[in-house]
Design a protein around this ligand. Structure first.
Ligand code: NAD
Length: 379
């Protein structure tokens, strides 16, 4: 976890006190940035005072909708405002390292979108920069704060399912490449395809629910079969920044992941595949005393959890009544609390590095065509 020295918590608290008692926040990026704008609306201790993005129309319309006084183009212009205490960063993956580093060096606490970075090595640099600047670095693993995931996590941590020995995590889209020809489908800019984009969410959901067991080995395969034909774009998602139809990343990834305690996790994720799935994700956890299955069709938040146990030796299936939680708002609440009150933040930059290391291992195993030990990675 990034340390949050008392001095910086006091600084933030006194800065906030001089601004109507609210933390002053900037949002960089106007795509997924909208989820942050919605999330901060549920956080009375902070207010968004500035927005940055190159796509002026989108930024202007968000600034009108959320009543944000300052709109910049380049992130450096927003970071130059000394009255801003914290920023949310929702820019293309290759910009996470430079934007986050510049932000912490400018004295801002940072909440960055997933994935933390294209590689664990980049993530390590971001964590080191935040430590050096004594700023908080949090990562937006928003799906961890779904009600179903929370309940399963708490049940596992309370020992209610016994020992979890087999887990599955999946996010499968039939036709959901998020913009053929945009930064998403360029290896250098995105770092990868559905594994780094969607897989990282469900890996985080499963591993966090399991209590973050140590991953020791990975055997994986990746495929680029649909995007390379120019097919599989997300319906309605135009290739906003398209300058061609280059498709340089995988469109399906699968992995078999071993933990130090003997448990295993099977992952599958696609942006595009000939399958019955539409845009479905979830996790399954099988333990020695019980289990659970989360299946979210088209982003459903309720009706998604089944639990499995026994009653007097007879199998029992449960369906807990869920409420709709806004994952971004939940992450933002934790980020703001950590800034104002001190104490470690979670999900932290370090947790982002752990997931990035696993993503690195999956790509490496797929490239080599064999199981690899995590200890073989250099970072
Ligand atoms: N947690 C989630 O549910 C979720 C959902 C979607 C995207 N994301 C993540 O959010 C990030 C952005 O994805 P997106 O879908 O919003 O992409 P996008 O292409 O729609 O938007 C990127 C934004 O970054 C801005 N930008 C680029 N360069 C900039 C610069 N130099 N200065 C200021 N702004 C700049 C662009 O103008 C644009 O507003 C990615 O890391 C993605 O993985 C997370």
């Amino acid at each position: 976890m990034v340390s949050n020295p008392t001095a910086s918590a006091q600084d933030a608290a006194s800065d906030a006190a001089s601004n109507d008692g609210k933390l002053r926040v900037g949002v960089i990026g106007c795509g997924a940035g909208v989820f942050h704008l919605e999330g901060y609306q549920e956080e009375p201790r902070a207010k968004v005072v500035a927005l940055a993005g190159l796509d002026t129309d989108r930024c202007q319309s968000l600034s009108a909708r959320f009543d944000i006084p300052a709109v910049y183009r380049e992130y450096q212009e927003l970071l130059a405002d000394p009255s801003i205490d914290a920023v949310s960063v929702a820019v293309p993956n290759h910009l996470h390292l430079p934007v986050v580093t510049a932000a912490v060096e400018a004295g801002k606490h940072v909440l960055v979108e997933k994935p933390l970075a294209r590689t664990a090595a980049e993530g390590e640099q971001m964590v080191a920069a935040a430590r050096k600047a004594e700023r908080i670095l949090a990562i937006c693993f928003n799906r961890r704060y779904r009600h179903d995931v929370q309940l399963v996590h708490d049940q596992i941590q309370a020992g209610g399912f016994g020992r979890i020995y087999y887990a599955k995590a999946f996010w499968m889209r039939r036709s959901g490449i998020p913009g053929l020809g945009t930064w998403f489908t360029r290896k250098e800019q995105a770092g990868g395809g559905p594994l780094i984009d969607l897989g990282v969410h469900v890996l985080d959901m499963a591993l966090w629910a399991m209590g973050n067991p140590e991953v020791t080995a990975v055997s994986a395969a990746t495929f680029a079969e649909i995007g390379t034909q120019g097919k599989g774009n997300w319906p309605g998602r135009v290739s906003r920044q398209a300058v061609g139809l280059e498709y340089e990343v995988e469109d399906l990834a699968t992995a078999f992941i071993r933990m130090a305690d003997g448990a295993v996790l099977h992952l599958e994720t696609s942006w595009a595949a000939y399958t019955g799935a539409g845009d479905d994700f979830g996790i399954t956890l099988m333990g020695s005393q019980g289990g659970a299955e989360i299946f979210s069709k088209d982003y459903a938040l309720t009706g998604t959890l089944k639990t499995f146990g026994d009653f007097q030796g007879v199998a029992v299936d449960g369906a807990p009544r869920l409420v709709k939680l806004n994952g971004h708002a939940e992450v933002i609440k934790r980020f703001v609390t950590s800034i104002l009150e001190g104490g470690p933040v979670s999900p932290s930059g370090e947790e982002g590095v752990d997931r990035a290391r696993l993503v690195d291992a999956i790509y490496r195993s797929a490239e080599l065509g064999r199981e690899i030990q995590i200890s073989e990675l250099t970072v």
